[in-house]
Design a protein around this ligand. Structure first.
Ligand SMILES: Nc1ncnc2c1ncn2[C@@H]1O[C@H](COP(=O)(O)OP(=O)(O)OP(=O)(O)O)[C@@H](O)[C@H]1O
Length: 291
């Protein structure tokens, strides 16, 4: 028993020191692939950065790392004193497996390798002081999720889902896994909730209606908000200009900002609430103008 306590204390201490300058580590998860987890992670990271927070985004989707493309940063990171300097894009510090392996290389990792790479992402990257470090996970429940929960103290996990039943089934499994490893559930984000026709304005619920909110109610976790399915969001991901920075005045960008604000409120962040669109536009032009 004493051994167990000693082991627990040691592992908690190791967890705390691995990224000591980071206030809140947030896992962005999904039960299913393709529901828009990386899109949400990159837009939330930008929204948090725009609110004045110091933000990092770790692309831990080792099997399909898309964050550099979505954040418009394909040039790899530089090194300093044997450590890796994260790449900066739209005020967000980024690291991804995509920076470290050739583009065409197959990404096949065994469990122990996953653990080692993840550890290197924390131990060997100069993250510096951050208010939030968002971690874009691979879909589902696997080695990365498990390793991560053992490696760093997570402020919690958000789960991205589409509203239909088949996606929600996997949400429940994913959330149960986080509960099992004592990671707080910060809430559910419903993506691709509805489509508004750009010509006639008609709203179509392509993937059904309200499933994310119902799942949140059932699981007793906060429902953080819904994001429409919209070509501008897809385009932002493909072109490396997340909609939050490309079209900050759009309702889609406002939806992401609203979710970011809810997360900050939940975690006790001190960033300024409800910055005006004008000040956001100015910010985007100034520090990120060179992107
Ligand atoms: N709200 C949205 N409206 C339009 N397109 C979207 C939206 N969200 C995501 N997409 C698009 O859907 C595709 C999948 O998104 P994304 O890569 O973010 O999903 P994912 O859940 O991270 O996938 P995976 O983890 O399986 O790689 C991308 O082409 C992205 O641009």
């Amino acid at each position: 028993m004493a051994d167990e306590h000693t082991h627990q204390a040691q592992s908690t201490q190791a967890k705390d020191t691995l990224i000591s300058g980071v206030k809140h580590v947030i896992a962005v998860s999904s039960g299913k692939g393709g529901v828009g987890k990386s899109t949400v992670a990159s837009n939330l990271a930008c929204a948090l950065a725009l609110s004045g927070a110091k933000v990092g985004l770790l692309d831990a989707d080792l099997y399909g790392p898309n964050i550099p493309m979505m954040m418009g940063s394909t040039a790899g990171p530089e090194q300093k004193d044997g450590k890796i300097l994260p790449v900066e894009s739209y005020g967000v510090k980024l690291i991804s497996m995509a920076f470290l392996v050739p583009e065409e290389a197959p990404l096949v990792w065994r469990g122990p390798m996953v653990h080692q790479y993840l550890q290197a992402f924390f131990r060997d990257v100069l993250w510096g002081d951050l208010d939030y470090l968002l971690i874009d996970l691979p879909p589902g429940t696997g080695d990365v999720q498990l390793s991560l929960s053992q490696m760093v103290p997570l402020a919690g996990a958000v789960t991205v889902t589409t509203p239909q039943e088949v996606a929600l089934y996997d949400v429940r499994k994913g959330m149960a896994m986080f509960q099992k490893v004592n990671v707080p559930l910060l809430g559910i984000i419903e993506n691709m909730s509805f489509f508004v026709c750009g010509h006639c304005g008609e709203r179509t619920e392509i993937f059904s209606h309200g499933g994310g909110e119902r799942a949140a109610e059932k699981l007793g976790v906060p429902f953080l908000g819904r994001i429409p399915i919209d070509p501008a969001i897809r385009d932002g991901g493909d072109s490396g200009h997340p909609i939050v920075v490309a079209h900050p005045e759009s309702p889609q960008a406002a939806a992401f900002r609203d979710i970011a604000q809810k997360l900050m409120n939940r975690l006790g962040g001190s960033e300024k609430e409800g910055a005006s669109i004008d000040s956001l536009l100015k910010k985007i032009k100034e520090p990120f103008g060179k992107q």
